[in-house]
Design a protein around this ligand. Structure first.
Ligand SMILES: [Cu+2]
Length: 201
C-alpha cells in the first residue's frame, strides 16, 4: 500500500514536471508555469528532485503495476537476489511480520522477538493457518504435518534475535509461532501466509 502511494506520488511529480516543462516552453516566466500547473488541480508541492523517503520496499510483486509506467521507482526496489539472501522477521503480540512474497532458494531469516513474551519462528508448508492441522489449544499439529513442517528457531525471549536458513521451494507457506500457554500464539494471530514465487520477481 505504501509502495502504491509512493508510485502515485512519483507519477504525479513526473506529470507535474512534464506540465511544467511544457508550460516553460511557452513562457520564460517560471511563475506563470507554476500557476498554470496549479490550475490543473495538481498538487505540485514537491520539487522534481524530491529525495522522498528512503523507504525500504518489501519484495511484494505487484502485477497491477505496469513497470514501464514507473521507471523512476524501479531503482528503489531491492533486487530480488538480495531479498532472498536475508529477510527480516519480527515477532510481536500477535503477529509475524515479514515480506509475504519471496523467491525460491536458501533464504536467511534474521528473526527478532519484538514482543514482550517469548516467541519463536516456525515455517510449515500450507495455504494458511486455518488449513493446517491443529491441536485443541489452537497450536499447529506438527506431528501430523510431518514433512510439511519445515523448521523453527529456538524460543527467544523479548528482544532476542536468531538467524536461521531455510531452503524454500516454490509454494505456499505459513510462518507462525507455535508456543502455547493456554491458547496458542498462532491461534491469537501470530501467523502469516507467505508465497514463494516460482518466477523471479
Ligand atoms: Cu509466540
Amino acid at each position: 500500500m505504501r509502495r502504491s502511494a509512493l508510485i502515485a506520488t512519483v507519477s504525479t511529480v513526473s506529470i507535474v514536471a512534464i506540465l511544467a516543462l511544457s508550460a516553460c516552453g511557452g513562457s520564460d516566466d517560471a511563475t506563470t508555469s507554476s500557476d498554470s500547473v496549479e490550475a490543473e488541480g495538481e498538487t505540485p508541492q514537491q520539487p522534481e528532485s524530491d529525495p522522498g523517503e528512503p523507504e525500504i520496499l518489501v519484495p511484494i510483486s505487484d502485477p497491477g503495476m505496469p513497470v514501464s509506467e514507473a521507471p523512476v521507482v524501479t531503482d528503489a526496489i531491492i533486487p530480488a537476489e538480495q531479498v532472498a539472501e536475508a529477510v527480516e522477521v519480527s515477532l510481536v503480540e500477535w503477529a509475524v511480520e515479514s515480506p509475504i512474497e519471496l523467491i525460491p532458494g536458501v533464504i536467511t531469516f534474521d528473526v527478532t522477538n519484538d514482543g514482550d513474551f517469548p516467541h519463536h519462528f516456525a515455517i510449515a508448508r500450507g495455504e494458511s493457518y486455518e488449513t493446517l492441522p491443529q491441536l485443541a489449544d489452537g497450536s499447529i499439529d506438527e506431528a501430523t504435518l510431518g514433512a510439511d513442517f519445515v523448521g523453527r528457531t529456538s524460543n527467544m525471549q523479548s528482544g532476542g534475535t536468531e538467524t536461521i536458513e531455510f531452503d524454500l521451494e516454490p509454494g505456499n507457506y505459513v510462518f507462525f509461532c507455535n508456543i502455547a500457554t493456554g491458547v496458542s500464539h498462532a491461534a491469537q494471530g501470530q501467523v502469516l501466509s507467505v508465497t514463494v514465487a516460482d518466477v523471479a520477481l
